[in-house]
Each structure stands twice: as C-alpha cells, then as structure tokens.
Design a protein around this ligand. Structure first.
Ligand SMILES: NC(=O)c1ccc[n+]([C@@H]2O[C@H](COP(=O)([O-])OP(=O)(O)OC[C@H]3O[C@@H](n4cnc5c(N)ncnc54)[C@H](O)[C@@H]3O)[C@@H](O)[C@H]2O)c1
Ligand SMILES: O=C(O)C(=O)C[C@@H](O)[C@H](O)[C@H](O)COP(=O)(O)O
Ligand SMILES: [Zn+2]
Length: 382
C-alpha cells in the first residue's frame, strides 16, 4: 500500500531535540518501501527484528520485510495478537525471549511496525533487552503517527492501571508513512483523531479552529490536510518533549483527558469496548466540563469541545461507553494510581479555554468524586 511514485520531496522532517538522543520523525508517503535506506543513512548497518501485530502484518509486513531484507539486515519478524490486551506482561515475556533468540545485539534495532500498542510494547522490550537496544518506530495508526511513536514513553498495562510498568526509551528514528493509513479501520482513525485534536485543545487554539473546518479532509486522508495535521501534532509534541523529556512539568499537558480516560480504559478491561482515543475523547470533554464547573473556563468552551468531537463521531460522555457504567469508588482508586499523583494528591490537566490547558496539582479528591459521580449519574439509562 505504498506510493511507488512518491518522492522524498513529499516528506516532512521534524526533529525531536534531545541532545545526544535527538532523532528525526519523517512524515510522508512511501517511507516503508524506503525503510532500509533511511535506517542505513541515519543509524548505520544495524540488523533489524520487526515486531508487529496480525492486522498490520496482513497489509504491510511483506513490504517492510522486502525493504529491510534487500540489504541483508532483517533477522526476523515477530507477529503478535492485535489489541490493547497485548500491552501486557503476558505478551512481554515471550516477546523478549523471541527477540533474544534472533541474536539481536545492543547496537542492532527493534523495529516496531504498528499502532501504539506495538510501539509501546516493542519499545519497552527494547528498553530492557540486554539493558537497552536501539529501536525504530514505524507507526501505522493515526494515533501512533501523531503521538505514541514520538517522545519515548514505552510500557505495558496492569489491572492496577494504564502504562504503570514502563521506561523512557527514545527511538532512533520514526518513519510515519502516511500511505499506510489507507488500510486503517474508520473507528481507529477516529480514535487517533482525538489525540490530534488534543494538541489544539492543550495549546494551539488556531489549530483546533483549523480542525473544526478541515476535519472532513483529514478523515478523507487528503494528503495535504492529513500531512498538515500529522506534522502540526508531531511538532507540538517534539517541542514539549524536547523541553521536558521525563515529565517533570510541562509534558504533563500531553495528558489532557488521560487521568479520567485511563481509568475508563482500565474499567473496560483494556478491550475493544473502549479504545484509548475514545477514552481520552470522553476524558477531554470531562476535563473541560470540570474546568467550567470550577470556574476556570466558560461553559461555552466545554460545549465547543464536545460539539466538535460529536461532529466527528467520537464519544463525549460516560453514557457513550457501552455496557455497565463505571463505579465511582473504582474510578477514584484507579485515578489514585495515575503517574502524575504527587504526595498522594491527584493532578489534573484543566483548561482556561480552548488552547489554554494548565496543570492543576491540588484538586481535592472530594471535588473530583462529586463531579464524576454527577457525570456517571447523568449517564444512567443512556
Ligand atoms: N507512548 C505514548 O506516548 C502513547 C501516546 C498515545 C497512546 N499511547 C498508547 O497507544 C495505544 C493505542 O494505540 P493505537 O490507537 O494505535 O492502537 P493499536 O496499536 O491497537 O492499533 C489500533 C488497531 O488498528 C490496527 N492497525 C494499526 N495500523 C493499521 C493499519 N495501517 N492498517 C490496518 N490496521 C491497522 C491494529 O492492528 C489495531 O487493531 C494505547 O495503548 C495507548 O496507551 C501511547
Ligand atoms: O507522551 C506523553 O507524555 C503523553 O502523555 C501522551 C499520551 O497521549 C499517552 O497516552 C501516554 O502514553 C500517556 O502517558 P502516561 O504517562 O499517562 O501513561
Ligand atoms: Zn494518549
């Protein structure tokens, strides 16, 4: 599914400025077919082990194997089950052993070909294999192209909460081939769009306004608007990560909607019932409604956010989650595991308006409990 006629002139490059660990994110068509040469130019003659999932493999693995096999650098491909539940200890252990069986050395490369699940899992395996081997991200979902492949957060989920076991481990290169999005299911495209909109909501009001107008072209995968949306997102993330790699401060803004959203995902058992992007769509709407309830922003801003997510077909309320409704005490327990908790206090990303998110470190649990109980109550019978 790559464009044979695409040239490197169509490719945008965003640098993630991390000193000795800086790397490029290439965005554009035809990158999978050129992966061998692009990796060779930037990372030298390393050998590669591909990690992917069954869905992605069925469309794109042969092309990547051909690209990496051409110059003899491919040592093997590992194909895992698709879905969030793959981001687990259950899959991590055999993955590490299979990677060791390929004989991959520290200077070699784990190549993650897939969405955020494969990127997070394979990146974490690379971080702990032989105490750290290099890795390359080839993100194949919209979510992975705009968010998870950039910034070095890797890890797995546990019943206690999302991404609670993991490491910061930066990739050496990211190849975001926009052609591969052509095979992504519509629901996954929508879920990834929630993270695109996040960049507008957290710090770029003009970008959010652009999305309100241009979202049909993004969903149609029109190359110009699609590349603009991916590049704007990656630039925003690269800037934040470059200033605060390990989330001591500003990086927490990228967590807008996630304290609520992660708790919903855990409640749903990390299943297809609720995708990550859907969970954070609801989470961002709640964060804006909560901000309005606390007097930080106008109710009109919260309405505007929900109206846009509704327009693109994303869920905005707890009542949009299929099945039984979350239990408030279970939610509070899950949110208490959030990695932003400091001295036992919950941290939320709230907003003064569209494009004006801020970090609120001192939100009293009872205020959150009361508000969220109201959101859950309002969803009853929906
Ligand atoms: N590390 C980070 O900074 C970061 C950022 C955001 C999200 N995440 C994590 O990313 C995960 C979600 O990622 P996701 O939405 O990509 O989910 P995913 O990896 O499960 O991919 C979505 C689905 O689409 C399929 N798919 C992917 N690319 C395809 C393609 N081109 N053609 C056909 N099918 C394709 C996959 O097989 C899967 O079924 C979550 O675990 C989330 O926590 C991490
Ligand atoms: O890169 C970041 O920083 C983010 O917060 C991006 C989020 O979209 C992503 O879901 C991330 O995995 C959440 O991180 P966590 O530290 O809350 O697990
Ligand atoms: Zn996210």
């Amino acid at each position: 599914m790559t464009t044979a006629t695409a040239t490197l002139a169509d490719v945008r490059t965003v640098n993630v400025p991390l000193g000795s660990r800086a790397y490029d994110v290439l965005i554009g068509p035809g990158l999978v077919a050129r992966a061998g040469a692009l990796i060779g130019e930037r990372l030298g003659p390393a050998r590669c082990a591909i990690v992917t999932d069954r869905n992605v493999a069925s469309f794109h693995l042969a092309a990547l194997e051909a690209a990496l096999g051409a110059d003899g650098r491919l040592v093997g491909s590992i194909v895992l089950p698709p879905g969030e539940s793959t981001k687990s200890f259950r899959e991590l252990e055999p993955l590490c052993e299979r990677l060791l069986d390929t004989g991959l050395e520290r200077g070699d490369l784990v190549v993650a070909l897939g969405g955020g699940v494969i990127g997070d899992l394979a990146g974490f395996a690379a971080a702990i294999l032989r105490r750290g081997v290099r890795f390359v991200q080839i993100p194949t979902s919209l979510l992975a192209q705009v968010d998870s492949s950039v910034g070095g957060k890797t890890g797995i989920d546990t019943p206690q909460g999302k991404n609670l076991i993991g490491a910061f481990h930066q990739p050496g290169l990211v190849l975001a081939d926009t052609d591969v999005l052509g095979t992504l299911p519509e629901r996954e495209l929508r879920a990834g769009y929630a993270e695109v909109a996040k960049y507008g909501l957290l710090g770029d009001a003009p970008f959010f306004a652009w999305l309100e107008k241009n979202h049909p072209s993004v969903f149609a995968l029109d190359p110009g608007p699609l590349t603009h949306a991916v590049e704007t997102s990656v630039k925003a993330k690269a800037g934040i990560v470059g200033r605060d790699e390990t989330e001591q401060g500003e990086r927490a803004l990228l967590n807008l909607g996630h304290t609520f959203g992660h708790a919903f995902e855990a409640w749903c058992g990390y299943s297809d019932r609720l995708l990550h992007g859907e969970a954070i769509s609801i989470g961002m709407c709640i964060a804006f409604r909560f901000s309005a309830a606390q007097g930080f922003c106008d109710a009109a801003a919260a309405d505007r956010v929900a109206a846009h997510f509704t327009a693109v077909g994303l869920p905005t309320r707890i009542g949009d989650i299929p099945g039984d409704k979350p239990d408030i005490e279970a939610m509070m327990k899950l949110m208490a595991q959030d990695k932003k908790v400091r001295h036992g206090k919950l941290t939320f990303i709230l907003a003064r308006g569209v494009g004006e998110a801020f970090i609120a470190r001192d939100v009293p649990p009872d205020t959150v409990r009361g508000f969220l109980a109201g959101e859950i109550g309002a969803s009853a019978g929906r």
